[in-house]
Design a protein around this ligand. Structure first.
Ligand code: TYM
Length: 329
């Protein structure tokens, strides 16, 4: 059985971008693959976090995974810092990664814009830790949004370099990027992606946002003065709304466009509000239910940790053996 690995950082409240671009697709894989889903808290500390909030968000993310329908008996759901092998393999992989490779990472470049002095080394080396996450589990497929594609590519490069030196050690992972919703844009600036770290809350819709706020934000979403509903690069705001609608309803774009032919932006927004609410409303309600049962969340994370470590420790041992560390003590 092939293996699927993915993770989300508990670094802020999730947006519908995280949901439509990644999380929603995970459930569909659970029956056909060995699935492993992490709460990437080790990544989250590359930006300073409030300790209590970080703990709360990690717990909330487990609740969201479960509310999304993931079955903890099938999928391994765990918190990355509970599995020390991530940091250990991460360290080793740093020595097989060149500075040139890291310098080419778009996400780092955009995150340090105007802020190079304050960026920490962890942020720079982040893709190496992500490579460790993926390679530890002999992952075949990594279901992510489009913004993570480059990180999966560097993972492959690192694996290839290691395999080239020591012979087959790591499985080569492939990104699995959904056709729809893989890059949901900001509602205020549809040329950039919707992000949970955007300073303007009107730019994103949170996964757990209440209906009245969803309505307010979509009604305020930037459109244009064309006055026609087209899916085109020249109308990024309208196209983003269409894409959100498409991802939430699973309808195809041609049908959607004919449905809105001759209609105005107000009609489109109204339909998007309903589609978003129908899609995320049930996840919001179930997340709140799971959050009432903290013992269960801890139990899921504990069981996930044991199962994750079983796999991760074997991979790390294989790697340490190849590198030439003294073993068998
Ligand atoms: P993160 O936490 O930023 O985002 C989680 C997932 O959501 C997707 N995503 C989006 N998809 C569509 N439109 C958007 N606007 C949007 N914003 C975010 C991301 O592509 C991602 O799939 N480095 C990862 C976390 C990670 C990871 C891993 C992922 C750590 N280790 C190993 C895969 C495998 C990250 O920061 O995702």
């Amino acid at each position: 059985m092939k293996t699927v690995y993915s993770a989300i950082q508990p670094s802020g409240d999730l947006t519908i971008g995280n949901y439509l671009g990644a999380l929603r697709n995970w459930k569909k894989l659970e029956n056909d693959y060995r699935c492993i889903f992490g709460v990437a808290d080790l990544h989250a500390i590359t930006v300073r976090q409030d300790p209590e909030k970080l703990r709360e968000r990690s717990k909330k993310l487990i609740a969201i995974y479960l509310a999304n329908g993931l079955d903890p008996k099938k999928s391994i759901i765990y918190v990355n810092s509970h599995v020390p092998e991530h940091a250990e393999l991460g360290w080793a992989l740093h020595t097989y990664t060149s500075l040139g490779q890291l310098n080419r990472m778009h996400q780092f470049k955009s995150k340090i814009k105007d802020n190079e002095e304050r960026a920490n080394a962890g942020l720079y080396c982040y893709p190496v830790l992500m490579a460790a996450d993926i390679l530890l589990y002999d992952t075949d497929l990594v279901p992510v949004g489009d913004d993570q594609k480059q990180h999966v590519e560097i993972t492959r490069d690192i694996a290839e370099r290691f395999n080239g030196i020591y012979g087959d050690t790591f499985v080569m992972p492939e990104p699995l990027i959904g056709k729809m919703g893989n890059r949901i844009k900001s509602l205020q600036d549809p040329t950039i992606k919707m992000s949970k770290s955007d300073p303007n809350p009107a730019a994103y819709i949170l996964l757990l946002e209440e209906y009245k706020d969803i309505k307010k934000k979509i009604n305020r979403a930037v459109t244009d003065s064309v006055g026609e509903i087209n899916y085109s690069e020249d109308q990024p705001g309208v196209s983003n709304l269409l894409e959100i609608y498409q991802s939430c309803t699973d309808e195809n774009m041609e049908d959607i466009l004919s449905k809105f032919e001759g209609k105005g932006y107000g009609d489109l927004k109204k339909a998007v509000i309903e589609a978003v609410e129908n899609s995320i409303g049930p996840v919001r309600d179930k997340t709140n239910e799971f959050l009432q049962n903290e013992d269960y969340l801890i139990e899921v994370a504990h069981d996930g940790m044991i199962r994750a470590r079983e796999v991760a420790s074997k991979t790390l041992e294989r790697v340490y053996e190849k590198i030439g560390f003294l073993r068998g003590m």
